[in-house]
Write a protein that binds this ligand. Structure first.
Ligand code: DX5
Ligand code: ZN
Length: 228
């Protein structure tokens, strides 16, 4: 199956007082999907944005694809509000969902693409019975909660495994990676099979946002050329 590499800038490391302009710069640099990290201070030890911020960004960027990564307990309660605010994709953590199948169908019923996320300590086999209903699988390559953390190399095995399962079961989910993706790790994740590359600190953390996005995407694409 052929895959398309896409850069998915995570606004977590953007300047929140200048959010729309920072997001626009990352999209102008080649980002095609915007990653919005939602944290509740319970499932993860940090608090970020809620539906009102998503709605404001939606007004500022009417044509952008929003990938909402919910790091929250009881996501069913807030999925309708995020869909209403303008989310296109909504992903939930396997670890946060007792009734994961129901939650993924709930996302779909609100007109969004459902995704499932696994933490670094969660094995791929826990997703066996939902892989046929998800639009994307997000492999966390850091423990969720903060930007700018160090990439966890074990996550590469999970991307490889997901790519093999997709092929053997003739499924269509896309493989996303989140955490520590930067110029020094991007080739490894692409070679392991990731195609939706979330990057926060590497895009927004220093220097020129647009140029950072362009450079990271170029590095990812050159890794595809050398992929075995
Ligand atoms: C972490 C978030 C990530 C974060 C990644 O919990 O889910 O999306 O922004 O940040 P970097 O790319 O800086 O590791
Ligand atoms: Zn994220």
């Amino acid at each position: 199956m052929s895959t398309t590499i896409e850069l998915v800038p995570s606004i977590l490391s953007a300047n929140f007082a200048n959010l729309a302009a920072d997001a626009r710069a990352a999209l102008n640099g080649g980002g095609t999907v915007l990653h919005l990290d939602v944290m509740d201070g319970h499932f993860v030890p940090n608090i970020t944005i809620g539906p009102p911020v998503v709605a404001s960004l939606r007004k500022a960027l009417p044509g952008a694809t929003f990938d909402c990564h919910l790091m929250i307990e009881n996501p069913d309660q807030l999925i309708p509000a995020f869909a209403e605010a303008g989310a296109n994709w909504i992903s939930v953590h396997q670890e946060a969902c007792v009734h994961l199948d129901r939650t993924l169908h709930l996302i779909e019923s609100h007109g969004c693409k459902p995704g499932v996320v696994i933490n670094p300590a969660t094995p791929v086999h826990t997703l066996n019975y939902v892989l046929d209903i998800v639009h994307h699988v997000l492999v966390m390559s850091v423990n969720p909660g903060f930007g700018g953390q160090k990439f966890i190399p074990n996550s590469l095995n999970k991307m490889e495994r997901l790519a093999k399962i997709r092929e053997s079961r003739a499924l269509t989910y896309r493989i996303e990676v989140d955490g520590g993706v930067a110029l020094d790790t991007v080739a490894d994740v692409v070679r392991a099979g990731a195609e939706l590359l979330v990057a926060g600190n590497a895009v927004f953390g220093h220097g020129d946002i647009r140029q950072n996005a362009t450079n990271l995407l170029a590095a990812a694409r050159s890794a595809t050329l050398t992929r075995a």
